[in-house]
Design a protein around this ligand. Structure first.
Ligand code: FAD
Ligand code: SF4
Length: 510
């Protein structure tokens, strides 16, 4: 009998055991579906990157001799819905068995389970062979614990997978070099330009437009720059190790108007689409360290490994532990609408203009821009986390719900009430000025708290603390911030609150 195997758009793992042998009785099914383009409004680069990578992946399978049924977005036979797609292809191919790879998204997991249950032929699900952890591993690790501390999960992962370990001890003697990874970038060392791949995507763009998929953001149709196949993904990894890794840790938290990418790897799309595995990325980086320990400092390498072995797997575990309730969490009861400037970058706040502007131009912002500029402002503006989630899920090239949501709703918006973060990631202008050069070119004065020229972050910050104080009174990590709030005179507080109310009324005027 024939077997039909489904491959979703973010399951492009060419090293999967499914593909080890060419079997004439196996048919692979892939489709560009409206179901996937329409669940949120996406950045055009995200849609292009996924479709192009899927097409390249299907072509690769065909070249190896596998049978692939592929539905392009404009194909008149494309049903654009997963259930009909599978049913129709089973009938057409007379398949006697259906197999699928476990999806990483709750929505698709539920949908596929239900589709499989209702089929008249047997079905089976298989692991994607991508992550270090299974869906439930984090839940088992933290069983009975009140706090799900990332650092303890990360140390367990280091030991379990023998990564940067010296016997039982961490390489270099320390588990975590976070404190040395906080430099401001002041024009030196020079940042090597980002590696670009220069695809011509005019034809694909026309197909997407013709299908009337709603998108936003900018794209350069003749030189689309993201890696869209396995070779390109591997070459981006090599480029990172050769050129960027040496300063990665130092400038991990830095921000600069002239450098959108600094020393960040831009590997998230290649990894989230599974063209690269986290294991091979970590291997490449740690091998480089062992080959070149005199020039490559452990702090750069550890800083990078922690993001992937720690944060990435941790977020996956949180997602599977907490879904589906997580998607509705709004612990701080925030209900304000998303300002228009999230879609235009049109604001006088220089840090926000740069970070959102870059997100719309590149479908990319690095972690500190996402967390301490855009996310920080969204939280201080008390925007409904549903809006914030939808924006983050749409705008970034790497945004897939399993990793987007715990980062946005959890880490950045504290809507989960402190599952991911022990305190909210909020700051006044002080932090933004410390980590970058945005403030020096800004319409606003980062030192002023009230008055026309005062940086909006300042008044919003104190207003947020004042409004949410009862929620945070029992949080020991918030006591320093709240002590400072308590020391404000009634007059000063009233002035801060008046300024904040002005901004909250219509953030688009600022
Ligand atoms: P680098 O700085 O080079 O880091 C290397 C890799 O580490 C990344 O490619 C990524 O795989 C991993 N990583 C780093 N931080 C995290 C993290 N917090 N969680 C998970 N993995 C991490 N990442 C996504 O992949 N998809 C998202 O939708 C996403 N949404 C985010 C939303 C918010 C509000 C915040 C604060 C962070 C979000 N992140 C998300 C995490 C992080 O910002 C991106 O992974 C990173 O910026 C991608 O760029 P890079 O590949 O150049 O990363
Ligand atoms: Fe951002 Fe305020 Fe600095 Fe302007 S002054 S760049 S708004 S933090």
């Amino acid at each position: 009998t024939k077997t039909l195997r489904l491959i979703l758009g973010d399951q492009l793992n060419s090293k999967h055991s499914w593909f080890e042998q060419v079997d004439p009785d196996v048919i692979y099914l892939m489709a560009e579906m409206r179901q996937e383009t329409d669940y949120v409004k996406h950045h055009i680069q995200k849609v292009v990157a996924f479709f192009l990578s899927m097409r390249n992946f299907a072509d690769g399978l065909k070249r190896q001799g596998h049978q692939v049924t592929y539905f392009k977005i404009g194909n008149p036979d494309n049903p654009h819905e997963l259930g009909s797609l599978i049913q129709q292809t089973i009938e057409k191919t007379k398949a006697g068995k259906f197999e699928y790879l476990l999806p990483d998204e709750f929505r698709l997991d539920k949908q596929l389970k239900s589709i499989a249950e209702n089929l008249s032929i047997p079905s089976e699900s298989c692991d994607t062979e991508h992550f270090f952890t299974s869906r439930k591993e984090l839940q088992v690790f933290f069983k009975g614990k009140k706090q799900l501390i990332m650092e303890s999960f990360y140390r367990m992962m280091r030991k379990k997978h023998h990564i940067l370990m010296n016997g039982e001890q961490p390489e270099g003697g320390k588990w975590n070099y976070d404190l040395s990874n906080r430099k401001k970038w002041k024009g030196k060392p020079p940042v090597p330009g980002e590696k670009q791949f220069g695809h011509d995507v005019k034809k694909l763009l026309a197909e997407i437009e013709k299908a009337e998929v709603q998108t936003f953001g900018e794209i350069k149709a003749d030189q689309f720059r993201w890696p869209c196949d396995r070779e390109e993904s591997l070459s981006l990894l090599v480029y990172f190790c050769d050129n960027l890794l040496y300063y990665f840790g130092d400038y991990q938290d830095a921000m600069h108007t002239d450098e959108k990418f600094l020393f960040h790897s831009r590997l998230s799309f290649a990894m989230n689409s599974k063209m690269l595995s986290p294991n091979e990325v970590i291997d490449a980086v740690t091998n480089r360290y062992y080959e070149d320990p005199d020039t490559l400092d452990i702090s750069q390498v550890e800083g990078f490994v922690r993001q992937i072995l720690g944060w990435r797997e941790y977020m996956r575990g949180i997602y599977w532990k907490e879904m589906p309730a997580y998607a509705k969490k709004n612990a701080l009861n925030n209900h304000n609408p998303l300002p228009e400037f999230f879609w235009t970058g049109n604001t006088r706040m220089n840090c926000v203009k740069a970070s959102i502007g870059q997100s719309l131009e590149e479908a990319y912002a690095h972690h500190i821009q996402r967390l301490m500029v855009i996310g920080n402002l969204a939280l201080l503006l008390q925007i409904d986390p549903n809006w914030v989630d939808a924006w983050y899920l749409g705008v970034y090239i790497d945004a897939i719900e399993w990793v987007e949501m715990p980062n946005t709703r959890g880490m950045s918006q504290f809507a989960d009430g402190g599952i991911v973060a022990t305190k909210p990631y909020i700051s006044s202008a002080n932090y933004i000025n410390k980590m970058g050069n945005y403030c020096s070119g800004c319409h606003y004065d980062h030192k002023q708290k009230t008055g026309e020229k005062a940086c909006p972050f300042n008044a919003l910050y104190w207003n947020f603390l004042e409004e949410k104080q009862s929620y945070f009174r029992n949080n020991r990590r918030m006591s320093m911030m709240l002590n400072l709030l308590d020391k404000k005179s009634p007059e000063e507080l009233a002035a801060l609150k008046a300024r904040a109310q002005q901004i909250l009324q219509d953030p688009d005027l600022f």
